[in-house]
Design a protein around this ligand. Sequence first.
Ligand code: AMP
Ligand code: ZN
Length: 473
Amino acid sequence: MLKPSPRGLWPRCSLSVSVAHIRRVHTAWRPGLSTLAIETSCDDTSVALLELQADDASGTNHQKLRTNVVYHERITANNTAYNGIHPLIALHSHQTSLGGLVADALAKYNGAKPTFVSATRGPGMRSNLTVGLSLAKGLALAWGVPLIGVHHMQAHALTPRLCSTLESLPDLYQGPWEPTTLQPSFPYLSVLASGGHTMLIKSTGLTDHQILATTNDIAIGDCIDKAARAILPSDVMKPPYGKALEDFAFPNGPADYNYTAPATRGEELTRRPTKWDWSLGVPLAERGRRMAFSFSGLLTSIERLMRQKAQTETLEPISTEERRDLARETLRVSFEHLASRILLYLEDTIGRNAEKSGLDASEKIDTVVVSGGVASNRYLRHLLRAMLDARGYSHIKVAFPPPSLCTDNALMIAWAGMEMYTSGYQSTFDITPIRKWSMDQRAEDGGILGAEGWLHDGNLLPAVQKSEAITQS
Ligand code: AMP
Ligand code: ZN
């Protein structure tokens, strides 16, 4: 059995390499490790209790990990009266919801105490983060267990690895559970497409996530939400607006897609005409192969077009058919733009530009993971697969975590905490929330491990980023 080291910490054992060191379990379910996790970075208050059981499957080299979700709930602040997230409404919602969720989670655990506590430390709204982190500290101190201050974006990037271990999420996974190798294994590409972020990330290790492209202006989810508010007829306008736009654009689901992927980059950059008096331009078309995203120009064109239509003197300034075509084009152009940067990276590393670009292709990517709220869009799944196939990347696997794990949730915080903890990391109890925190170790703040307050195998790591507690927001 695994024993705590003399410093009172669990010995270093990375999930990716040395699962055999985790407590051995046999037929009946017995957790090896467990964590209570809290997420309060934005407007979702979420609590999870996750157990990890590991078995080294002796006789084979297969790493078999199983996790059991004891509890997972989320309450989202009611921001419908506002055009976006209202910080005070979100804060109030965390303050009123968190205690009840934690009490429910603990009731489900029959009084047992978890091995450690995980909470989102950043990036996010500082006062909101404080609600979750402070309670996590209190619980960990009262129980006498370690604390892990989790990087929210790292948790998004690691979520697909959790999915291959999940034993029980009956609403998400049907049929008998099969133990799997921890997938995807590093390195892999992930696209984070959410209300607040649009990023292409290369993940090469637990704390090594390189941001290959990010948005120059607004996030794709923000663009889609605002475009939906401009395009949708009032009777179908309801949050999440991205889903409402998808349902409106494709009322019959895939039967309505009728999508042909551009066969070349040249074709991808060409504006597609419509039967109406408008067409949508391709974002950053004039910027060549620049590794960035931009969605504000697209949103401006859509809003301008809808304003112009509203100014016409006719009774019905825009027909349902035209609105539907605009909804389809909005989604097509946004998603092709998202896919275009994946294709550029693949071309430069394993594709036709690999030699010329000089980019390191030594670690071959074979998986692209798409997460964030926008990833639950089924048309995006179809379009991305079609674009990869059309450009010669049929061998690249595309993985989408289940929608409920794509939006902000505490289960991903629990899993990231679990990966960090089993790799020897813990946080000190003087950590404070971090509003802006890169996950790229090449960034000025040193990325995930650049923040102060990380212990590794009991030793304090040197920090690049100092406490933000007394700096201005
Ligand atoms: P997140 O920021 O990860 O919580 O994701 C929220 C964003 O995902 C919002 O902008 C939603 O409108 C968007 N979203 C949710 N469902 C869909 C969907 N089916 N299609 C497109 N966007 C969606
Ligand atoms: Zn998030």
